[in-house]
Design a protein around this ligand. Structure first.
Ligand code: TRP
Length: 440
């Protein structure tokens, strides 16, 4: 149970409530959602199982584990580079994650003080730009969020947070259901539903498919050996497949509900679904501003969202800290402070992407868009690809069958088939498709 809580705490976060709706809106809805769901279940789930399996077998930090198992299974100790790459990707993701989480923190006060009450789309859009458009405001909240994260990691009090996850995650989900009720009554629910589930594959680009794949990794926290780090603490008697399936289903339900809350509000207020990273900050306050006790529900919602982001942020920095402690001999406090400081500084690239440097655009868009693209859509799938190859081809059949504990029947064969063939081939094809190899 503690393990499910820890991994769900890492998986459920801004990825579900902030990122999923906005990238769905940028990539045209329905077809994107279907591809995302296929990626989650056919590629993300087997990789999550693989990560837990490897972590439990190695029982060390991911870098050491990959190196040791690599050698033990007759492969190479250079497999540890996958762990190193994971630490690097986690570092980059946290740098922008913390900025967005900072916005969520700032919205707690705005909601509580009634800034959204009776507001329309223009006024609420103004609140968003007043925070994100002023670099020092955005930076201040980013700083606060990084401090909160480093403090918890430095003192190693994650245990207490896991207990809080038990109450606060269901609370967040309940609040999403309340919002769903609001959207169903006051939003254009049919239009929102249609947008999310009516698929027109002809409009889906190769790049959108890669974004769907990258997001399936992002939302499940796989691809950077973070789940592997948790797996090291999993008792031998616990079912890996059962645990992973539970987390994956919970994570997916939260994302779909978030989408069903947001798009009806988008259409009812004449907003654009492709508004980008500000989407939830421009839509949800409309609901809070126009429902009974909205200031209370709004503040509560952003408290819970910030909490969900916090538990995820800890999962992003923990691999780096564990590595610095075990391999570099730093104390936990020093490791957390030093790594946190670097992440914080790098976060300014994202802070400035929404104000002073908003005009700087190249490749994928703003500086933030490029950082996100590199980490989410290149590093995560690459890490995931290497992890499935490792679990499916390097680790011998006996070892994985022994670790998975589902016998060698259909369930095991299904996992092995997905891990050896479907996931790696899928990732490679999607990469090739995105760079236009199959373009007519
Ligand atoms: N899954 C988290 C979210 O959806 C983000 C996250 C936490 C993450 N740990 C991770 C993403 C590790 C990739 C890898 O908000």
């Amino acid at each position: 149970m503690a393990f499910i809580l820890a991994v769900s705490g890492s998986a459920i976060g801004l990825g579900n409530i902030w990122k999923f709706p906005y990238i769905t809106g940028q990539n045209g809805g329905g077809a994107f959602v279907i591809v995302y769901l296929c990626c989650v279940f056919l590629i993300g789930l087997p990789i999550m199982i693989s990560e837990i399996l490897i972590g439990r077998r190695g029982r060390r930090n991911p870098v050491t584990t990959m190196g040791l198992l690599g050698e033990e299974e007759g492969g190479h100790k250079y497999w540890q580079l996958v762990g190193v790459m994971g630490i690097f990707a986690g570092f980059i993701i946290l740098s922008f994650y913390s900025v967005i989480a900072g916005w969520s923190l700032s919205y707690i006060l705005r909601a509580a003080s009634g800034a959204f009450t009776g507001g329309d789309a223009t006024q609420i859009g103004g609140v968003f730009t007043a925070i994100t458009g002023v670099w020092w405001r955005s930076a201040a909240w980013h700083t606060l969020f990084m401090l909160m994260t480093v403090l918890v990691v430095a003192r190693g009090v994650q245990r207490g947070l896991e207990q809080a996850v038990r109450i606060l995650m269901p609370a967040l989900f309940l609040l999403l259901i309340v919002l769903l009720g609001y959207s169903a009554v006051s939003g254009q629910f049919a239009a929102g539903f249609d947008y999310m589930f009516r698929a027109d594959f002809s409009a889906l680009s190769g790049n959108s498919v890669l974004i769907a794949l990258g997001h399936s990794f992002f939302t499940l926290s796989v691809g950077i050996c973070a789940v592997m780090a948790y797996g090291a603490y999993l008792p031998q008697s616990t079912s890996i497949t059962g645990t992973a399936s539970t987390v994956v289903i919970a994570d997916t339900v939260v994302s779909l509900v978030a989408g069903l809350v947001i798009f009806p509000i988008v259409f009812a207020n004449g907003l654009a679904p492709d508004a980008g990273p500000g989407l939830i900050f421009r839509t949800l306050p409309l609901a809070f501003g126009n429902m009974p006790a909205g200031a209370f529900f709004g503040a509560l919602f952003f408290i819970l969202l910030s909490f969900a982001a916090w538990t995820s942020a800890i999962g992003l920095i923990e691999p780096a800290v564990a590595w610095a402690v075990e391999r570099r001999g730093l104390t936990r406090a020093t490791a957390a402070a030093v790594i946190g400081l670097f992440v914080w500084a790098f976060g300014f690239a994202t802070v400035l992407s929404f104000n002073e440097l908003a005009h700087v655009r190249f490749l994928r868009g703003t500086i933030f868009d490029n950082i996100d693209y590199l980490a989410s859509n290149i590093l995560l799938p690459l890490g995931g690809l290497l992890i499935t190859i490792f679990a499916g081809w390097v680790i011998c059949r006996n070892a994985s069958a022994d670790e998975l504990d589902v016998g060698t029947g259909l369930l095991y064969r299904a996992w092995r088939f997905l891990t050896r063939y479907v996931a790696p081939v899928g990732v490679i094809l999607i990469f090739l498709h995105a760079i236009g190899v199959f373009a007519p």
